[in-house]
Design a protein around this ligand. Structure first.
Ligand code: UT7
Length: 333
């Protein structure tokens, strides 16, 4: 029988500091009503203090995923780390993570595909496991956004959206015939590259960062929100339909949609276009905001732990983000 890869376990970790919309309104001109009506967000989590990186948030999420899979950390033979907010520009956060997890010599690959980073990583893990290159691949999505947005009028459109957090999945060989990643699709289109980006420091500029750039806020993310919204609302349903078809399933057979969490309205629109009822859609944007590469593994892990999904569940995942990049996957747990 052809070897199939499966998500064997999941984990997540959120920092303890809760930041409400009202808290943000103390820092800049915004209101709970504006944020909640447009995005669905009520609160998000921020790291408790300076010095906590994405690799630190990833540690408990990784341990949880390995444990749920019934594996030992020493069984992990490759790590994929999806993030747009690595601890440092280089080396990759994956290298920091394997050191902290006690995995010397294990390959660590950073994946820089922003909100689609988890699905891009899942695709690599799927290929490695199916081809027999590696047996137990730890896939992590982790972000610290709170240190990289500006809490003032200029940055408020972006600052209200993001939160810190980490999610993880252990991908290994399927052991039951129905289990496994059934389909996966990835896309990118650089035509949207400058609709959601962080300009500097940039190796294309000499010097990479100047005082003028700092004054202009070029080291903070910039977004054309309406353009991103339009693309996400079109591409996520498109790729979702495609992966469900490739998996040989109908939309009605999907037990749970775990979409990226960028905006509650985007996800409601996606679910409506797919004809998936509200009770089969994972939403956690209300309490965590957008945790970028971590949204899908956090959603999977929380749903699994609360019993909404479990072994045998057919899960549909879809993401859209900077790049532009987008993707979808169907997996039977
Ligand atoms: O993870 C993937 C990446 N992100 C996304 O998928 C996000 C997609 N886009 C969106 O979710 C929405 O575009 C936003 C929620 C970001 C923004 O909603 P919008 O309805 O597109 O608002 P807008 O940017 O057009 O801004 C409307 C008004 C502006 O004022 P004027 O020009 O109408 O006077 C903004 O200056 O709201 C103002 N505004 C704010 N007001 C209060 C922008 N940010 C804020 C804020 N609080 N935080």
């Amino acid at each position: 029988m052809e070897r199939r890869a499966a998500i064997l376990g999941t984990g997540h970790y959120l920092p303890t500091k809760v930041v409400t919309n009202d808290d943000l309104s103390q820092l800049m001109p915004t209101t709970h009503e504006w944020i909640h009506q447009r995005t669905g967000i009520r609160e998000r989590r921020f790291i408790e203090e300076s010095g906590i990186g994405a690799s630190d948030l990833a540690i408990p999420a990784a341990r949880m995923a390995v444990e749920q899979a019934g594996r030992d950390m020493k069984d992990v033979d490759a790590v994929l780390f999806a993030t747009l907010s690595p601890d440092h520009q280089f080396p990759g956060a994956g290298c920091l993570l394997i050191h902290k997890l006690g995995l010397p010599g294990v390959p660590a690959l950073d994946v820089r595909n922003q909100c689609s980073g988890f699905l891009y990583s899942l695709s690599v893990a799927d290929a490695w496991v199916r081809s027999g290159v590696y047996k137990n691949v730890l896939v992590v999505g982790a972000e610290v956004h709170s240190t990289g947005v500006e809490f003032n009028e200029r940055g408020r459109d972006v600052a209200v959206l993001f939160g810190d957090g980490a999610g993880a999945a252990l991908v290994g060989e399927a052991t039951r015939p129905e289990q496994g990643i059934l389909s996966l699709e990835l896309h990118a289109d650089g035509a949207g590259a400058y609709d959601l980006w962080l300009e500097a420091p940039a190796s294309k500029y000499d010097p990479r960062l100047t005082h003028e750039m700092l004054d202009a806020g070029k080291h903070f993310p910039a977004m054309n929100g309406k353009q991103v919204f339009r693309w996400a609302a079109e591409k996520m349903p498109e790729v979702a339909h495609s992966v469900v078809k490739k998996a040989g399933l109908t939309m009605a057979e999907i037990d749970m949609l775990v979409p990226h969490q960028a905006n509650m309205r985007i996800n409601q629109m996606v679910a409506a276009k797919l004809g998936i009822p509200e009770e089969k859609v994972v939403h956690n944007i209300e309490v965590y905001g957008n945790t970028t590469a971590a949204t899908i593994p956090i959603g999977l892990s929380e749903s699994w732990r609360s019993g909404k999904i479990g072994p045998g569940s057919k899960v549909l995942m879809a993401a859209f983000g900077a790049g532009f990049t987008w993707g979808g996957a169907v997996a039977v747990l």
